[in-house]
Design a protein around this ligand. Sequence first.
Ligand SMILES: [Zn+2]
Length: 400
Amino acid sequence: MLVTRVVGDCPKCKSPASFGNVSVSQATLTRGCLNCDFSQQFWLPQLSKRIIYLDQSFFSHAFRAQLTEFAECAKILSQLAQDQLIVCPISCVHETETYQWRSTQREALWNFTKKTSRGHSFLPTYKVKSTQIHRAFKRFRENASEEFPLISSDALEGDVNQWDDYFWTDVPARALNIELTRKLKEESTEELVELFPEWRQNPMSFEEHWNVELRTMAQEYLRLYVSKIQQLANGNFDAALFSPIDSNIVEMLARDFDEGISLSERFNTIGSFFESKYYAEVPCEHISSGLMTVLRDSVKRGQFQNARKAKDQMKGIFFDHEAISAYAPYCDAFFVDGGMLEMVRHSKLDLEKRFPTRFFAKSNWSELLTYLELIRSEKSEELSRAIQLVYPNSPKRAKA
Ligand SMILES: [Zn+2]
């Protein structure tokens, strides 16, 4: 038996320092002996952890510890995570952004981020998006209510309300093409900023823009799919493997029909779905198009006049949009940078009203600390006792 935390002598065979914690699962702690078959089970209280997303700016500030408040906040978060009150899962966006960092400290930053997450992670953003679109499409065809149901397994790997195990599986870094990602990011930022002069002239209203953004995204899924099919028809079989991942969205929906249904009927239904409120209500599509509309609105109101400065300000914007669109609805709290906070709180988007998520940034730092203090104050006596049993070597115990 593998005893990971020795708590004392075995009550049965009396062998010294051989009895301790073996495993922890959702509701049970198992203790056992290194020398005999004696074991004990303890029931553990049900957990209800808050899910907190920390963006890359938070992690790099906390890691570099140049801004003391970030380092101190990271300590508070780490204690709350150890107390099973919160989780700060990592995501593919963290990974991509970390590997964009040119510093020799890159690996160390990635390890710091993983350590903070204690083995919890979000599903890849693409997976969240395709699951949401697929579910909305089924609801559209069943004529169910247009309101989209938030189900945490759509966005999170495993059950976050399990007691943290003594070991967690380390996620090996993906084989990212760092230079290519950097190049694409720079190009996209440039292209975005080049659109600003035209945006300033455009007379469309906020609502009209939002609608155009949504429909453009849907058209892009159709376009990517058609382009892939055409390439395959022309004998370019690489297209099956190397087409953009979004080219699979329409294919996934087209497979959702009974065999007898003709292709044209399938595509008519898919087209009507993309025009419907069901599609507009898909959280990641709603947020992604909404954030872009808010950006347009800011540009129209005179922000980002200096193109060179604007390129710098837009540097992380695609990563921010990607993470917020996919994960924010599933989080209790979401940390972003200051400019982003204003955008998510824009009166016509107002993500805090739409989703059960609170947003924090450096500009409302005291609210963040109050929020974390409130979570800490909710720690019950029963939970404290269970934590002492499960993690007896925790610093709290050492101090006592
Ligand atoms: Zn024993």
